[in-house]
Design a protein around this ligand. Structure first.
Ligand code: FE2
Ligand code: FE2
Length: 146
């Protein structure tokens, strides 16, 4: 190995640059936080802690709406240019989640959360998140979108 090659390979190039912004990683962290919030919510529900359920529900609703709004404002309009069918599907799922959120919110207000509906909701949300983690978020990181 030549002297030039040796010194080139030992320079930590990444350390010489500021950390690269990663919109995909930030949105993926949102997914994990939302999942954690929802699981805590279900635990509070099972324990009959309705004060906790109501407080966590508001946090979950606000966090999910903020996440969807970020995707819809900054990410999906540009993703639609390269993947229109996938974008339509994601937007359709956002609408479905908002409707389910409304139905679950009524259950929270009445202290009558439908556990089957809640579990189906979180299952669908996990699939939605997994799809984004593997498709639109890597694309966003590549394009530095969001
Ligand atoms: Fe989404
Ligand atoms: Fe998302």
């Amino acid at each position: 190995m030549s002297e030039a090659m040796s010194s080139e390979t030992t320079i930590p190039r990444a350390a010489a640059r500021p950390p690269r912004k990663s919109p995909g990683a930030s949105l993926s962290r949102d997914h994990l936080q939302l999942e954690g919030l929802f699981c805590a919510l279900l635990d509070a529900f099972r324990e009959g802690d309705w004060g906790g359920v109501r407080a966590m529900w508001r946090s979950f609703e606000d966090a999910l709406e903020a996440h969807f709004s970020t995707e819809e404002r900054h990410l999906l309009p540009r993703y639609a240019a390269v993947a229109p069918a996938a974008t339509r599907q994601l937007l359709h799922e956002h609408d479905s989640f908002r409707q389910a959120l409304w139905a679950l919110g009524v259950g929270v207000d009445l202290h009558m959360v439908n556990l089957v509906l809640a579990q189906s909701f979180i299952g669908a949300l996990r699939e939605h998140a997994l799809f984004e983690d593997r498709s639109v978020y890597p694309w966003a990181d590549l394009k530095s979108v969001a």
